[in-house]
Design a protein around this ligand. Structure first.
Ligand code: SAM
Length: 365
């Protein structure tokens, strides 16, 4: 939603995004601060730091979490680099972060260096990161515009240069799907966003597959930039528009922690997941007993590709890196697949070193 006023109402999908961010940063900060003296949290589309109803914006959420962890990590430094285009939002953000500092004072705040600049995400974010000396250290960069495409591939490549840096990007596929066929300018924006023209294959996709095609293309873009692993979330705004939140990292630990964050989100808040590997693209219910139907189908396909079978630890790693499910969901699922004769294993308890083979050629359901 492209708001005109300096602040706007926080909608449910934004609440979901904040939930994922909050949980992830709670895990990210202690891990990164235990291994590095300096880390950076950056945003290219920072917003005003507050919503109309008084809820905190993402920079304020991050500030709160990072200040908390710095208190427990003497000698470490966190830099916050925040870019926002709208001067009224910059002023509001400055007020919000000053308020955040005033309400949680402590010696650790001298090690939380905050830089807010009015400007355009590109190229200003990169300039400010370079000036702050952040590019040589790990960064978590949130690029949360109004859906874009507004983040060039070259920026993502620069962020990916440090092997511990990570990105999270919001991307609304509908804009390119609707407008880029006829308009050269929009097509060029798509090329800059994806870093090549492969995404234009979307024009020949069936309507129902266009958005997921662009999502998968963007995951390839992140991989080309250097982020070996990516995860995508579907956020649905109040008008039913689809927005992807896509996370890129080089680290399995990052994938694991991001999944923990995403599986904690309350689905009532406008977020939903589909597994990119699920041929049926079923929407998942993140209930207490999550629906593992898609994972069952995906694992059966994966098992069928290897007639001699696979070890459980292989299936767990595959699940972590290639699906939206968690490592910890695999063994219970395999036990139920064994009861239903979809797989064969050695008898007894299923452990990481158990060998699994698929039973039926046609066991896709
Ligand atoms: C979705 S909001 C950010 C919300 C914020 N991340 C949060 O969760 O609280 C997007 C912001 O990006 C700003 N913006 C739009 N285009 C921009 C650009 N090219 N460079 C920097 N900021 C931009 C808008 O003014 C708006 O405040």
């Amino acid at each position: 939603m492209a708001a005109k006023e300096p602040t706007w109402d926080r909608d449910p999908h934004t609440a979901a995004k904040h939930h994922v961010l909050r949980h992830y940063l709670q895990a990210w900060a202690p891990i990164l601060l235990s291994r590095n003296d300096i880390v950076t949290y950056a945003e290219g589309f920072a917003g005003p730091g507050i919503y109309k109803g008084g809820e905190a914006g993402s920079p304020v959420i991050a500030h709160h979490i990072l200040a908390g962890w710095l208190r427990q990590r003497p000698g470490k430094t966190v830099k916050m680099v925040l870019i926002e285009e709208d001067s009224r939002r910059v002023a509001e953000l400055q007020r919000r972060l000053t308020h955040a500092r005033d309400t949680s004072p402590g010696p650790q705040l001298t090690r939380l260096e905050t830089l807010i600049a009015q400007g355009s995400c590109h190229p200003d974010l990169l300039h400010q990161l370079a000036q702050a000396g952040s590019l040589q250290h790990p960064m978590f960069v949130l690029l949360d515009g109004f859906g874009g495409p507004d983040v060039p591939f070259t920026l993502i490549q620069q962020i990916a240069r440090h092997r511990s840096s990570e990105v999270m990007i919001t991307f609304q596929p509908q804009f390119l799907i609707r407008f880029a066929t006829k308009d050269d300018r929009h097509r060029a924006a798509g090329d800059a966003f994806f870093g090549n023209t492969d995404w234009q294959g979307v024009f020949s996709q069936p309507s129902h597959g266009k958005a997921s095609y662009l999502r998968d293309q963007y995951r390839r873009t992140l991989k080309r930039a250097g982020f070996d692993h990516s995860l995508s979330f579907e956020l649905i705004d109040e008008k039913g528009n689809l927005l992807y939140l896509i996370f890129g990292t080089r680290h399995e630990k990052g994938v694991e922690k991001m999944k923990d964050a995403m599986w904690k989100v309350d689905t009532a808040t406008g977020v939903r997941y589909r597994d990119p590997k699920d041929p049926r693209q079923q929407v998942l219910d993140l209930t207490f007993a999550p629906d593992t139907g898609p994972l069952r189908r995906i694992l059966l396909e994966y098992l069928k590709a290897s007639p001699t079978g696979r070890l459980v630890e292989d299936l767990q790693r595959f699940t972590l890196l290639e699906t939206v499910y968690k490592r910890g969901q695999v063994i219970d699922l395999l036990a139920s697949m064994r009861r239903e004769n979809q797989i064969t294993t050695t008898p007894g308890r299923i452990t990481r070193s158990t060998q699994i083979t698929a039973t039926h050629e046609d066991a896709l359901f």
